[in-house]
Design a protein around this ligand. Structure first.
Ligand SMILES: [Zn+2]
Length: 481
């Protein structure tokens, strides 16, 4: 009898343990590996509007324009296929499962594998960078850093250079939705002192989007460059006369998700991890930018450019806002990937950029051939994006001249081959230096906020001038955008 009770008790305990295990293991729907396919669509300008309003995020992806036809290649989840079908837009699937192509042998003839991955983990990839940076190593995540390696790298830089009093330890500017720290490092002389009135401020961020890892590597590369080349007169001038801030990974949760579920690289998670995710680069205020009539962000939580419930609803954008309110920043890069572009405000409506933007972007473009323009010039308007807020955040405050570099070509895509990581970072070296130098010009120029009417009037005048000029040049070969 007693034996029987012991057996029954044992079975009950076992059942309890098993059911607990199942409960613990049963993750919420958003905590699963989401499959992304690579899809090609050929659409008209009108259909582009439909797609953008339906919630497709097209600005950080490949597109090509031939005559009236636009070709896009977009990473898409199953939910987005349904929308294409609903909107009667035909499409072709180039890769069923993008991440899978990072796991299969390179003999495969698929597009992604042959053009992008081929030598991804090739033995030819450089162990040590060539060029002006000597001490930065690649990470173990397809050449990129894992989260731990990213933290370790910032700590190593501090260890190596803090005796010169030019770099701080990594400091948290706030936490992500899932509670991960968002780290900032400052590089300057008298680095622990806030010299806000004397020295112009410059900010370099990356990874508003969780899969745009080449931005992070590009920013970390530039930090190495500054510290290793401190004796170089141009670098020394910048470190002595600027306050440089680095936030190389804003969307820590999106990145952690990609690292967890796609450890070979190729993860396509873009948004943060609040519910179905919020596109952090659509979540900035003020309200009238975030909610502007031009569309350019979505109300649907499943959409890749879902803007969130209200401006600054997300802890990540709140952290950035708080940081900007405390510091005096004059110029900023918000790195994304990819398309080889410099994008500048305004995004929320088709208002032309301030002339100083054109000057800065043209100088930068001369060093690497990136195309320049407002979101509307380059593709379509967007709303609630970082640079509009940086520029016009607070009417009482001087505007920050912020630019979004989109690093890499279509062939580099979101997860470039490891032997492309340093070349991509090098492409942006000169423009990173220029951004720091321009901060002084921005600080010295009294930059009253240009009103929409003034900007439009300026645009009309310059259009008239360029029309007159182009009439004079009869050959008139137009470049495709
Ligand atoms: Zn992006």
């Amino acid at each position: 009898m007693k034996k029987w009770i012991i057996w029954l008790g044992g079975i009950l305990v076992l059942a309890l343990i098993l059911s607990l295990g199942i409960l613990m293991g049963d993750r919420s729907p958003q905590d699963r590996r989401v499959r992304f396919s690579l899809v090609e669509v050929h659409i008209s300008q009108d259909q582009l509007k439909i797609l953008s309003q339906a919630g497709f995020a097209l600005e950080c992806s490949f597109y090509e324009k031939k005559g009236e036809e636009l070709t896009f290649r977009i990473p898409m989840s199953t939910r987005e296929f349904q929308v294409l079908k609903e909107k009667n837009i035909s499409y072709q699937v180039l890769e069923e499962d993008i991440a899978k192509s990072y796991e299969i042998p390179k003999e495969s003839t698929s597009w992604w594998t042959t053009s992008v991955k081929e030598t991804k983990q090739s033995e030819d990839a450089p162990e040590e960078p060539s060029g002006p940076v000597k001490t930065m190593s690649l990470g173990s995540f397809g050449g990129f850093y894992t989260m731990n390696e990213f933290h370790q790298t910032l700590d190593d830089l501090y260890e190596r250079y803090h005796d010169k009093n030019i770099i701080t330890k990594r400091k948290s500017i706030g936490q992500s939705f899932e509670g991960r720290e968002i780290y900032m490092v400052k590089i300057s002389d008298n680095v622990e002192v806030d010299e806000r009135e004397e020295e112009p401020g410059v900010l370099y961020t990356a990874m508003h989007h969780g899969q745009e890892v080449s931005g992070m590597m590009t920013v970390v590369y530039f930090m190495h460059y500054l510290l290793e080349n401190y004796e170089d007169p141009r670098v020394q001038d910048i470190i002595h006369n600027r306050q440089l801030y680095f936030i190389p990974m804003i969307n820590t949760d999106g990145f952690a998700y990609n690292e967890k579920y796609f450890p070979q690289g190729g993860g396509m998670w873009r948004k943060n991890r609040n519910g179905e995710g919020v596109d952090l680069n659509r979540n900035y205020g003020p309200e009238d930018y975030w909610d502007s009539e031009n569309q350019g962000s979505s109300d649907y939580p499943w959409a890749q450019n879902y803007r969130g419930k209200k401006p600054f609803s997300e802890p990540e954008t709140q952290a950035l806002r708080n940081f900007l309110q405390k510091k005096k920043i004059h110029t900023a890069f918000n790195y994304h990937a990819y398309s080889n572009l410099y994008i500048y405000p305004h995004g929320f409506e088709n208002v032309p950029a301030h002339p100083l933007y054109l000057e800065m972007a043209e100088k930068m473009s001369a060093s690497n051939g990136y195309r320049t323009g407002t979101p509307g010039d380059l593709l379509y308007p967007v709303r609630g994006y970082s640079d509009d807020y940086f520029f016009a955040q607070d009417k009482e405050k001087d505007p920050i001249f912020a630019i979004t570099p989109e690093v890499g070509t279509y062939y580099d895509n979101f997860w470039p081959r490891s032997d492309r990581i340093f070349p991509l970072a090098q492409d942006n070296l000169e423009s990173n230096l220029l951004l720091a130098e321009y901060a002084a010009k921005v600080a010295q120029t009294p930059l009253a906020q240009e009103t929409t009417e003034e900007a439009k009037a300026r645009e009309e005048t310059s259009e008239e001038a360029s029309e007159e000029a182009s009439e004079e040049i009869s050959s008139g070969e137009k470049t495709e955008q």
